[in-house]
Design a protein around this ligand. Structure first.
Ligand SMILES: [Zn+2]
Length: 321
C-alpha cells in the first residue's frame, strides 16, 4: 500500500475503489477563453462538473484519473475547488501533451543549441509537480502524461518522452502515453522508453482500445504494458460492439491484468462545438456502468475480471506490489 496524492489529499492505494483510468474534468484552451470570455462561464462550468462527477460517484465509481497536462488546459485550483464539493477522488498529472512540437515556452530552453550542455527544464518541472506539488495548490501529481500521434516520434515528442522517463526514474511515478494503436505507435514508445530504462509495467498505453486488433494488443501486453481501453463512447473511432469485443477477446486470452477502462470523456471540452456532441450520444461518464459492463458480462467477462480492470490494475499501476 502507498499513499496516492489526489486533489483532496492522499488516499491509500488500497482505498481508491473503482477507478476510471482516463477521464478529464476539463479540456480547454485557456488563452482563447481568457480573450473570448463569452465561451466560458466559471460558475456554470464548476456547478456542471460537480453534478456530473456526483452522478458518477452515485453510479459506483470512486476515483477518476485525469491526465490533463500542459497543452490540455490544466488548472489545478479549479480542480481542487470541485474536488472539495464531491465525494470522488481526482488524481492529477504532470507532463506535456503535443503531437508534434514542444510548446513555445520550451522551444529555446534546455539543450536546444548544439554544444550547449544544459539540462532540459521539463524533467525538473515534472519532478517538482510530483514531489513538491503543483503551483501553490499543495496538490501533487501522481503520474506523468505525454503523447505520440499521427506525426510519430518527432524530435520534440522524443524530447518530451525522455523528460518523462527521467522524471519517472527519479520519482517512481507511472507514465501514461496517448497513442494511436492503428499506427502501432506503442512499439515506438517501447523502443524509446525501454532505451531509457523504463519498465513497461509502469507504462499505460492510452487509447489501445481504439482498434479491434487482438494480435497487436497482445504483443504490447506481452511486453508488459498496461492497455487503456479508455475511449468507450467515442464510437465514431470504433463502434461500441467492437470496443466491447476487443476487451472480451483479450480477457479470454488471459490479459485481464493488462487492461483498464475509461471513456476519455470530460465535464466540458472546448475543442468541439457543443452541438456536434450529439453525434456521440454515448460519450459521457456513465456509459461504462450503464452499457459497457452489462455488455462485457454478456460476452462472458466475469465480475472478478471487471474488478481486476477497475480496482486491482489501477492500484497496481500507481503502487506496484
Ligand atoms: Zn484524454
Amino acid at each position: 500500500m502507498a499513499e496516492i496524492p489526489t486533489a483532496r489529499g492522499t488516499v491509500d492505494s488500497g482505498a481508491l475503489g473503482r477507478v476510471l483510468m482516463h477521464e478529464h474534468v476539463f479540456v480547454i484552451t485557456p488563452e482563447v477563453l481568457q480573450n473570448f470570455p463569452e465561451h466560458w462561464d466559471e460558475q456554470l462550468r464548476v456547478t456542471d462538473a460537480v453534478e456530473k462527477l456526483t452522478a458518477l460517484k452515485n453510479a459506483g465509481i470512486d476515483t477518476i484519473v485525469d491526465p490533463t497536462v500542459i497543452g490540455l488546459g490544466r488548472y489545478i485550483p479549479r480542480i481542487v475547488e470541485i474536488a472539495g464539493k464531491i465525494d470522488l477522488n481526482i488524481i492529477v498529472a504532470t507532463g506535456v501533451y503535443t503531437y508534434d512540437t514542444v510548446p513555445k515556452f520550451f522551444k529555446f530552453r534546455g539543450p536546444v543549441f548544439p554544444g550547449l550542455d544544459v539540462p532540459d527544464p521539463m524533467a525538473d518541472m515534472f519532478i517538482k509537480d510530483i514531489t513538491e506539488g503543483i503551483a501553490d495548490t499543495g496538490v501533487r501529481a501522481a503520474f506523468l502524461k505525454c503523447a505520440i500521434d499521427e506525426p510519430g516520434m518527432t524530435e520534440d515528442v522524443a524530447r518530451i518522452l525522455r523528460a518523462v522517463a527521467k522524471a519517472h526514474l527519479a520519482t517512481g511515478a507511472p507514465i501514461m502515453v496517448h497513442t494511436v494503436p492503428s499506427m502501432h505507435r506503442g512499439l515506438e514508445v517501447h523502443e524509446l522508453l525501454s532505451g531509457e530504462g523504463v519498465d513497461p509495467s509502469r507504462v499505460l498505453l492510452a487509447h489501445s482500445g481504439d482498434v479491434n486488433d487482438p494480435d497487436h494488443l497482445s504483443e504490447l501486453a506481452d511486453l508488459g504494458y498496461l492497455l487503456g481501453m479508455d475511449r468507450f463512447g467515442i464510437d465514431l473511432y470504433l463502434p461500441f460492439e467492437e470496443r466491447v469485443a476487443i476487451v472480451a477477446t483479450l480477457a479470454e486470452r488471459g490479459y485481464t491484468e493488462r487492461m483498464v477502462l475509461a471513456h476519455d470523456a470530460s465535464c466540458y471540452m472546448d475543442w468541439i462545438e457543443p452541438s456536434y456532441l450529439e453525434f456521440s450520444p454515448n460519450w459521457h461518464f456513465l456509459h461504462i456502468t450503464n452499457d459497457v459492463l452489462p455488455a462485457l458480462r454478456e460476452r462472458g467477462v466475469s465480475d472478478d475480471q471487471i474488478d481486476t480492470m477497475l480496482i486491482a490494475n489501477p492500484q497496481q499501476w500507481f503502487a506496484p506490489a
